[in-house]
Design a protein around this ligand. Sequence first.
Ligand code: NAD
Length: 373
Amino acid sequence: MEKEFTYCMPTQICFGAGAAKKIGDHIKGENVLIISDPFLYSNGTAKEIGDCMTGKKVTYFSEIEPNPSCESVNKAAAIAREIHADCVVGIGGGSSMDVAKAVSCLVDNEGSLYNYYSGGTHTFKPRKTMLICVPTTAGTGSEVTNVAVFTNKKIGIKMPMVNQYFWADYSVIDPELTYTLPPQMTASTGMDAFCHAIEAYWNKESVPICDMLSIGALKLIMENIKKAYDCPNDKKARGNMILASLTAGISFSQTRTTGIHALSFPLTTEFGANHGTACSITLPAFIRLVSHNLPGKMNDLAHYLGYEDGLALADAVEALMISMHMPVRLHEIGVKDSDLEHITQVGLGAAIIHLTPAEMNEETVYALLKSIL
Ligand code: NAD
């Protein structure tokens, strides 16, 4: 008999080419804060979407950096409070959407993000301000998760924050917004989505509904990522990639991630690797490890994707990454032998590492890292 499970993903999803142009239909209230990053403001994306909000007073905050800091959240929250925002819209990759999540809560809650995150002892009162997420990368799935990831610059650590008020009211998913993604970002964000799907699938907390979403997402990514990388305007490939990222997001929103994401945090904060690269660099090694521990489930997945077993799948994923000029060895992003112990320690400090279906301790994590140095 299947195991018992619960499933909740309360966000309303509006998906389709041109969906962003109808965003005004969903907004309640008058004052809107759009949160995005410098590129999406300067190339006109944020403004074009803001212009579709007929009759609303729209303010823009476009200073979000990758791996956003708590300070950026606090700065955006001050503006949201000042304009009495009724609705906060995050337009961008995971960084802008994650900031929008926290800002929508801080409108109705006093103090700074530090009061609620990274050792802060306050808890958010229910959010009254509306939250809408509009992804422009096909990667993080943040538009359908109750997670946001911030960098605490005071201690130099990046870590996730999970909160029930981080579920967006609406997610507006428009594949056209991803056409401007350059090949390298298409590759790294797409492989981030691959990690979400597979980490939900093999997770100790895996859920049958999510397993089905995960295998669907993994197939879409295997079939479309290289096409989107080679031809940025391939509509079908772009649509399939953002659908895959969405379904992978719904999947890991129930289970959280595992060792891949735990080890990505120090690889980003200390070696500057972007999020998708920091995750996928350990992906083939984790597939090999988990295939050893969960052979039945991993063979089922491999067969569905057209490979003989989990090890063949790992080889195919590594070859796919190489074909997109992604690093597959840690030295390629500047990691040295002498760094491995430290990366191991930081990775073991992230609770999600223990959702990996394998023993995760100093010895095993070090050995995994050493195998891909
Ligand atoms: P990002 O938001 O950090 O953006 C990276 C770069 O891509 C920026 O320079 C941005 O301008 C550019 N970009 C975004 N969309 C573009 C487009 N359409 N065309 C051209 N350039 C574009 O990138 P990301 O990988 O989407 O997000 C990573 C962040 O999300 C990390 O902080 C990560 O930890 C977090 N994350 C959150 C969740 C979650 O559930 N909340 C899940 C996974 C990752």
